[in-house]
Design a protein around this ligand. Structure first.
Ligand code: GLN
Length: 262
């Protein structure tokens, strides 16, 4: 199988920084399991991060991590997407192999964005609708039970990054452990379980969420929070943001908010 192309470049290639902004440093982005866990456009998160990192004047280096491969030496930002239950089964064994490395990165405040299927696997366990128990990393204190009825539709959340919009499609119903902070509060949609008004989970710089879309292009504040944390880890200096024009993203997000929440 060929590699999933990221920005038309071969994996592990560096894109040059925006002219006039060279020298802020490299930011290494690791995309976990792009073949098995990247549905509903989640690959767009990696593309969005690479483009924004470059526009902020840093040099993005994108690594694709596939099952059985050594984990990249440098990792300043880690992303994972959604997948079928069968895709989750295919990455389970490798996830166990890289678990300690991921835990160390979390403890070092490396930012991570885990969507849907990978969000579930960052939790304690995902029990499929057939009753198969897939143990998770336990980084986020959440547990997910698969159901016959799927939760599907557009979502608006209230979060510390402002309104966040996206699209959910999951059979898993997720429960937060006592003391586990959610990523956001549901303004429209179903979220973790359709009952308690929570969506996703947040620990240190790890964000877990069900939101596809992909989530980052329409929510640049969230993208820049992840990039800002990654820049600090990568360079040891505060994030130096560039000036980006987000008018189109803001318009798209505001339209979804207006359409769903009035
Ligand atoms: N298989 C999981 C579920 O349906 C994850 C789905 C997804 O990642 N979109 O709950």
């Amino acid at each position: 199988m060929t590699d999933v192309p990221i920005l038309g470049e071969p994996p592990e290639s560096a894109l040059p920084a925006e002219p006039g902004h060279e020298g802020k440093g490299e930011i290494h982005v690791v995309h976990l399991y792009p073949r098995e866990m990247s549905i509903y456009g989640d690959l767009g998160n990696t593309r969005c991060l690479a483009a924004r990192i470059r526009r902020h004047g840093y040099t993005p280096v994108v690594h694709q991590h596939h099952p059985g491969q050594p984990f990249p030496e440098q990792a300043h930002l880690v992303v994972g997407g959604g997948g079928q239950d069968s895709g989750q089964v295919r990455v389970e064994a490798d996830l166990e192999v890289i678990a300690d490395r991921l835990r160390d990165l979390v403890a070092a405040d490396v930012p991570m964005l885990m969507i849907c299927g990978m969000y579930q696997l960052f939790g304690n366990a995902f029990i499929t609708v057939e009753g198969k128990r897939l143990p998770g990393l336990g980084i986020l204190d959440v547990t997910t039970q698969g159901n016959e009825k799927r939760m599907i539709g557009p979502v608006v959340l209230q979060t510390e990054f402002g309104d966040v919009v996206g699209y959910e499609n999951h059979s898993g119903s997720t429960t937060l452990g006592a003391g586990q902070a959610p990523f956001g509060t549901v303004r429209s949609g179903l979220g973790n379980n359709g009952e308690d008004g929570t969506e996703g989970a947040r620990l240190r710089h790890v964000v877990g969420s069900y939101l596809h879309g992909p989530i980052l292009p329409a929510n640049p504040r969230l993208a820049d929070a992840l990039i800002g944390w990654a820049a600090e880890v990568a360079t040891g200096r505060p994030f130096e943001a560039g000036t980006l024009d987000d008018a189109i993203a803001d318009e798209a997000r505001n339209r979804q908010v207006r359409r769903l929440v009035s």
